[in-house]
Write a new protein. Structure first.
Length: 723
């Protein structure tokens, strides 16, 4: 190993995902900078680096220094400290502020910023907000590097360093050193393997009970991330033995200790329908509480009689006709009348069967009865759409329930219920077990809950199959809308969607209107590269002529990776649709003015939510900042917040749930095989309002159509409601 020291002169390439960096290092007394390569997290131009590694010869680029380990040497003299802080690498500190800090704290300046940032408020001109900005920027710049160095020293992959930093903040190193197995509980995506590698290297015995317990929790959380509310105990034991090498006896003892410690709940004598045998299943404590709570609240609400609203069919019909100027079908009229006599109901049906009309009718009718109605949906997009079609205020469930992201608590609960007589939730198939628990606990015990959704769509991203379980329990009154209305009967999109829903091969040959155009096209192509090229041509030419606004056209694909995944499609579509130069780079993406982007997680400070789509309005390159336009509302993102954004020319089918687009283009190839299933295909097609084009192979279409895996999730909610 060789050690070299120098100043980071210029970063020529950096992968924001894994921090792989190519840079030029200026070494004292050597005229030309040398090229260095390696995983260099949290370094900036102008910093002094101490590098350990070896010289390698690249066939094209010549001599390079391959970095194995590195340290950043912070400046020690007053002049160098002032220069370091004035460089702009720490957000919030400019030349003037750097001078004030150094004049006040002298050689202790950097130590104060890192360990006692509150003392910055001693300086005139630095308030609490400014101090917080500086402290956060320092942590972001230096904490990543320290965690990365620690992980590398312990032979651990660095892929999850950012997740660890984001979760633990400045306590990340402390947790890694003192309680590594906490990662298995807090950051399942980082996983047991990361925690285990650190713990074993620092002396933890392979038979340590904490190690075995952590592996069980990790496997449970991994199953939850795959959509399961619980796990079979025998399966967990087998997987735990393979993962840890521990004996069956020690693993069974770990289950006992976890149950005594109230981290898990084990249910025995669980009936496995497919095998006609009894099994034991294991829940995390939180998931068991949620499932049990949903079932208990439903049964409690159903036990309370509903007031006798004395309205006959004629009065209902006149009221709806007067308020909405629509005449309900016989099926809809019967449902509206019966809705008045149940505390909890479900309305389900495919596209074109009148679910939205029913919601409007129910709102009008309960308004006539002086009952307060509130509307909600799982996502911001679904809530906005619900508000548009009903002409009433609708909000996300998190906002309705006054969710606080800092405490992860809901302001509305059984002790402080919603101020409503009737709660209507649209797109209920997207609601997972935990969110449904918090929702139903906040509904007044003497209120009315109406769940509206299409159970043939993809289930929730989170664990459980809640709407389907509630329906299949047979306890909650369910109204299945089957009649397709006359206008919808003329739409090949809706006709084909219903064929897919029923497992029938739709007519893929186009049926044209009088003007020679159609609403549904299937363009067959078995080559993924050609699929991408065709989609790019469609979006940049033919479809764009009919749907000119960027929000009107949406490309959907089952997967993120691969030739026809979101990552590659977004790059190709950006190249074709946005010729603007410049931009700000983050995580391998370059965000440019005019780009279509999607927000990836709920941000209550910005009032932007997971799945919201906007357009980049401005790029301020000098400040590493961009401004995104969300339907006329401008939202700022600095460089540290860009991990909340991704390009959205193409999005996954899962991310499109709850939205409708004028034109939808769907990539469908056999490379998507792991995710090809009927409800995914059905969900994708039902996102299109005026035009749906599928580009891909007929074989992939057939695989998806014949793969009806909607009942694969392990959940006990149905039985709990029944019992």
């Amino acid at each position: 190993m060789t050690t070299i020291k120098g100043t980071l002169h210029r970063i020529t390439y950096k992968n924001e995902d894994n921090h792989y960096t190519i840079a030029r290092l200026k070494i004292h007394d050597i005229r030309e900078p040398v090229t260095i390569v390696g995983h260099l997290a949290g370094v900036a131009e102008g910093e002094m680096l101490l590098l350990t590694g070896r010289w390698v010869s690249h066939p094209k680029y010549g001599e390079q220094f391959k970095v194995e380990r590195f340290e950043v040497t912070l400046p020690s003299t007053l002049a160098d400290i002032r220069k370091y802080l004035s460089s702009g690498m720490i957000k919030g500190i400019g030349e003037s502020m750097a001078k004030k800090i150094v004049d006040h704290f002298k050689e202790q300046s950097l130590d104060i910023i890192e360990n006692e940032p509150h003392r910055l408020c001693e300086i005139t001109g630095i308030g609490k907000a400014k101090m917080t900005t500086v402290s956060r920027a320092w942590d972001q710049h230096h904490a990543v590097r320290k965690v990365m160095q620690f992980l590398q020293e312990h032979g651990v992959g660095i892929d999850h360093a950012s997740a660890i930093i984001n979760f633990y903040g400045r306590d990340a190193l402390k947790v890694l050193k003192s309680k590594p197995y906490q990662l298995s509980r807090d950051i399942p995506e980082a996983g047991f393997e990361v925690a285990d590698a650190i713990a074993i290297k620092t002396g933890t015995a392979p038979t340590d009970p904490e190690r075995i317990k952590a592996s069980i929790i990790y496997l449970l959380l991994k199953n939850e991330s795959d959509g399961h509310a619980c796990s079979q105990q025998t399966d967990l034991i087998d997987r735990c033995m393979r993962l840890t090498g521990a004996s069956k006896e020690s693993i069974e003892l770990a289950f006992v200790n976890l149950e005594h410690g109230k981290e898990i709940v084990i249910e025995t004598d669980w009936q496995e329908s497919s095998q006609d045998r009894n099994i034991s299943v294991v829940y995390t404590r939180k998931m068991h509480k949620a499932e049990t709570g949903i079932a208990q609240k439903i049964k409690a609400m159903l036990s309370i009689s509903v007031p006798n609203y004395e309205l006959n069919e004629d009065e209902i019909e006149i009221e709806i006709l007067t308020r909405l100027a629509i005449k309900l079908s016989d099926e809809q009229s019967d449902i509206v009348k019966e809705l008045l006599s149940h505390r909890v109901t479900v309305i389900t049906g495919g596209p074109g069967t009148g679910k939205t009309t029913l919601i409007r009718a129910v709102c009008a009718l309960f308004g006539r009865l002086h009952q307060k109605v509130i509307l909600g949906a799982p996502t911001g997009r679904a809530a906005r759409r619900l508000s548009e079609v009903t002409n009433r205020k609708a909000s996300t469930l998190h906002r309705m329930l006054l969710y606080d992201p800092d405490t992860e608590l809901f302001g509305r609960n059984q002790d402080s219920p919603l101020d409503a007589d009737v709660v209507i939730v649209d797109e209920s198939s997207m609601v997972d077990t935990l969110l449904m628990y918090h929702l139903i606990m906040a509904v007044p015990i003497n209120g009315i809950l109406i769940l509206v959704g299409d159970i043939f769509q993809l289930p929730s991203v989170g664990p459980g199959n809640v709407l389907s379980d509630i329906i299949s329990s047979g306890v909650v009154k369910t109204f299945l809308l089957t009649k397709i209305f006359r206008q919808a009967e003329l739409s090949p999109i809706i006709i084909n969607a219903h064929c897919i829903r029923n497992g029938q091969m739709p007519v893929l040959e186009r049926k044209t209107k009088e003007d020679g155009l159609s609403e549904f096209y299937f363009i067959e192509n078995n080559d993924p590269e050609r699929v991408v090229k065709t989609i790019t041509e469609l979006c940049s030419n033919r479809i764009k002529n009919a749907f000119s606004h960027i929000h009107e056209i949406q490309v959907l694909t089952p997967m993120h990776k691969g030739e026809a995944g979101t990552i590659n499609l977004n790059q190709k579509l950006q190249e074709a649709l946005n010729k603007t130069s410049g931009g700000v780079e983050s995580r391998g993406f370059v965000f440019k003015t005019g780009d279509k982007v999607m927000h990836l997680k709920n941000n209550y400070e910005k009032d932007v939510f997971n799945g919201d789509i906007g357009v980049v309005n401005e790029v301020v390159k000098s400040e590493n900042r961009i401004v995104v336009d969300y339907d006329g509302r401008l939202v700022d993102y600095d460089i540290l917040e860009l991990d909340e954004l991704t390009l959205a020319y193409a999005v996954s089918v899962h991310k499109s749930q709850g939205s409708e687009y004028s034109a939808v283009v769907i990539a469908l190839t056999t490379m998507h095989y792991p995710l090809l299933q009927r409800n995914l295909l059905y969900t994708a097609i039902t996102r299109g309002k005026e035009l749906v084009i599928i580009v891909g192979s007929r074989r992939a279409f057939e695989i998806a159509l014949n793969n009806n895996r909607t009942d694969m999730r392990l959940s006990g909610l149905r039985e709990k409601i029944q019992n």
